[in-house]
Ligand binder design. Sequence first.
Ligand SMILES: Cc1cc2nc3c(=O)[nH]c(=O)nc-3n(C[C@H](O)[C@H](O)[C@H](O)COP(=O)(O)O)c2cc1C
Length: 448
Amino acid sequence: MSQRRQLSLNLFVYPGGHHEAAWRYKGTDIARLNDIAYYQDLARRAEAATIDSLFFADGPVLADNIRYAARYRVEPITWLAAIGAVTSHIGLIATASTTYNEPYNLARLFASLDHLSHGRAGWNIVTTSQGAASQNFGLAEHPVHAERYEKSREFVEVVTKLWDSWEDDAVIADQASGLFADTDRIHAIDHIGKHFKVKGPLNAPRTPQGRPVYVQAGSSEDGRSFAAQYAEAIFTAHQTLKSAQGFYADIKSRAVALGRRPEHIKVLPGLSPFIGSTQVEADRLEDEFNDLVQPEYSLAQLKRMTGLDLSSYDLDGPFPRHLLDLKGSVATASRFQLILDVVDRENPTIRQLINRLAGARGHFVIAGTPERIADEIQLWFENGAADGFNIMPPWLTGGFDAFADEVVPILRKRGLFRTEYAGTTLRDHYGLPRPESRYSGASLRASA
Ligand SMILES: Cc1cc2nc3c(=O)[nH]c(=O)nc-3n(C[C@H](O)[C@H](O)[C@H](O)COP(=O)(O)O)c2cc1C
């Protein structure tokens, strides 16, 4: 009997939580944001709820609106290594840029994370949209979008070859004969490309998952085509079922056209839930957060996403739709389109729009009872919009606890989410195959 399709649920961790005013909320333990014990504890609770993975975002530059929000970064692979040491099942996904790293270094870091966690590492592959990062790396300017994606393809090819460079059975470790490794099964990669020249092999054995899981989070044309080829999980932002369905169908059909199986590419939209025992209570909770919003911060965010400086406008006046122009200075085209859709659909005031985006930077925010949130998850899951979700608690840790304690049991009862882990690796949780090394059997062929 075939197993019923199951949801994949990640916990997307942001310092303090995802709502931009989370750090000001009375329930947020602001003093512990740099305390690894706080994250280890959160990870243990997520593991008790059989969540697929913890996911950390990253970018190699300080946010320009740090004055009003706790939007700084700790390096996620370092952080996840410490979390991996006190957990046994939950996946560990770190974001790392292909624009501001070297493939050999990054291949080592993720291979190490996969080894130390016994097969739980995932790499969220981003090209970095924040242009100011270039100034931290001695570049005259941030490479343009198309160039970043072109480089990222070669980057991923190099990293993949490095992860494949040791065949599974390369380590013999025969103490009696004195033979440690079969060097016919360890391969130089001899990569010479436009951006990288890497001889290889990697200086560590093949990892438990063969390769860490490839995650991707871009939604532009280049981003989708990249995802269809490489990604095994995709993080994406959608405000409506219809928009998510369009994205889902597009990604799956692109993957199929490339000869991939659609179930091997998980589409996971962001979801930020405000949970209350009644609808009124949930709405009140959301209002409480929105009352803490600081317009200086929100307007800077809006400027980053739309190119519009609205600091001299009346916040309670209508949003000036006619000024929206994608050709302006916009970090992410897909997020711009999402905002345009919200404005066209809801005709909000400027304040209503910034409150709408405050919850999770354009991801889907829902306030409701646990049943209503479970209904929405089920609706998207069963109607071609999602294979699961990236859960983005408005604040931590209480916002996650409410989800784990009240929504997860409903999803389990409906047979949509596991009650225990079926395996121990992130590939097991996502139902992904363990890839073979491209060099497997090469030594046999050479000697045949
Ligand atoms: C859930 C989610 C998380 C993301 N996390 C990061 C991140 O941590 N660092 C980053 O540089 N970009 C991040 N992005 C942005 C994308 O990876 C990508 O850089 C951006 O969307 C531009 O790509 P696009 O033009 O193809 O959409 C994230 C996007 C989503 C949807």
